[in-house]
Design a protein around this ligand. Structure first.
Ligand SMILES: NC(=O)c1ccc[n+]([C@@H]2O[C@H](COP(=O)([O-])OP(=O)(O)OC[C@H]3O[C@@H](n4cnc5c(N)ncnc54)[C@H](OP(=O)(O)O)[C@@H]3O)[C@@H](O)[C@H]2O)c1
Length: 384
């Protein structure tokens, strides 16, 4: 069987490493042509030795030089900087790009992959949140395909095979509720980064783990779903499902609800995206139905987790509003992790961005990048 050639951007992170795990189980099905990371050259070197790709890219040039020196006798090209990572996404050596970069930094690479007609296995939800309006016309024009890796969107994608687009009543995105679902709201001022980084069901990178604790992650997923599945924001609901077994659902006009279930293991949605349109034999996420005696669903508490309401507000406003939400959130999370602001400040910072920055309703890439920068500048001014 012909091997699928792929490049992983963000290969050293949580999703990147889960992707590596999937690939190692199927050495006969994939050929890794390139890997990219921000600065973790030790892990990148290990991954190089596993797959021997032709190209490596390190965003941080100093770390990149160091890796190039280490690998100077190896038959590999070591590239540095963001522009080179974008070129990697366009490279004709691969037909599939896995984008596992964290944050809006992944947007340009996603656009580059789609513009070069490739399939894009997308974990970087921030691409679709910030650049939402740009993707659909590019997919149509260049014929590429976006294959979602986010477990919720993978679940929706699978459930969408059960009906036609015009038969969808709504999409129900599940949320674990994060570590503070039952934590008293009057003690939220006590929440430290260490507490927020302790997620009950998923092991993920630090940014998405904090986003899960504020429910900003669910907000990003709501905006991602609107872009990805061409539905309106009024067709999206969120339910809290602490067991993280049902990964999301689609309700059709006849009131049938189709859900996708598995144990929480990102290797499963990654495999689905990599092998699509096929399914392959795999033990990832295997579930014993008799162990599922207690699956619960409840509405999210928007008083406790206002970031989710702000996301619905941003999605309704459209245009550059989701990019403002995302950039303000990224900056706020980074400050919270450095103990510069409190947990509850994160949602306030997002709200301030949405209320203060003018929204462009039909944005091009420049408008989006300007909105992103304006939101980051505002956070710095606001927080000091
Ligand atoms: N983790 C999950 O279970 C999960 C589930 C669903 C969706 N996602 C989404 O997947 C994406 C990645 O999440 P993650 O948890 O894997 O994050 P992570 O563990 O923090 O990994 C991020 C990856 O991106 C690289 N990176 C960081 N900043 C970069 C930049 N400016 N330019 C290029 N590369 C950069 C990192 O390189 P270094 O290692 O060198 O810093 C690392 O390889 C996020 O969008 C997240 O929302 C994650």
């Amino acid at each position: 069987m012909k091997k699928k050639k792929l490049i992983i951007l963000g290969s050293t992170g949580s999703i990147g490493q889960s992707t590596v795990k999937v690939l190692l189980r199927h050495p006969d099905r994939f050929e890794v042509k390139g890997l990219a990371a921000y600065a973790n050259i030790d892990r990148l070197e290990e991954q190089y030795r596993l797959f021997r790709p032709d190209q490596l890219c390190v965003i941080d040039p100093v770390r990149g030089e160091e890796l190039a020196t280490r690998l100077k006798s190896e038959p590999v090209e070591v590239l540095f900087g963001e522009e080179e990572a974008i070129k990697l996404a366009e490279s004709s050596s691969a037909e599939l790009i896995v984008n596992a970069i964290v944050g809006a930094a992944g947007l340009k690479a996603s656009l580059a992959a789609i513009k070069s007609g490739k399939s894009l296995a997308l974990a970087n939800k921030e691409s679709l949140v910030t650049g939402g309006p740009l993707f659909a016309p590019l997919v149509k024009r260049y014929g590429g395909k976006i294959l979602p890796i986010d477990s919720e969107h993978s679940a929706i994608w699978q459930a969408l095979y059960c009906g036609k687009a015009e038969e969808i009543r709504r999409i129900i995105i599940t949320a674990s509720g994060g570590p503070f679902r039952e934590f008293p709201q009057d003690r939220f001022h006590e929440i430290t980064p260490e507490m927020a980084l302790d997620h009950p069901t998923w092991k993920m990178g630090p940014k998405i783990t904090v986003d899960s604790a504020t429910l900003a992650n669910k907000g990003l997923e709501v905006m991602e779903a609107v872009s990805l599945f061409d539905i309106t924001i009024d067709q999206v609901s969120v339910v809290v499902h602490p067991q993280s077994i049902v990964h999301s659902m689609v309700e059709y006009v006849d009131s049938s609800i189709i859900a996708q279930m598995s144990s929480p293991d990102m290797c499963l949605p990654i495999s689905y995206a990599l092998f699509w349109p096929d399914r392959v034999e795999s033990e990832f996420g295997q579930l014993d139905p008799t162990s599922m005696s207690n699956l619960t669903f409840e509405p999210p508490n928007l008083d406790k987790f206002p970031a989710l309401s702000h996301a619905f507000e941003a999605a309704r406003a459209g245009g550059t509003a989701p990019a403002i939400f995302n950039a303000a959130n990224e900056e706020a999370v980074s400050m919270f992790l450095k103990k510069g602001i409190t947990f509850t400040d994160i949602a306030d910072v997002i709200k301030n961005g949405l209320d203060s920055i003018e929204i462009v309703s039909q944005p091009d890439l420049n408008d989006i990048l300007e909105a992103d920068q304006a939101a980051r500048d505002l956070v710095l001014q606001h927080v000091g």
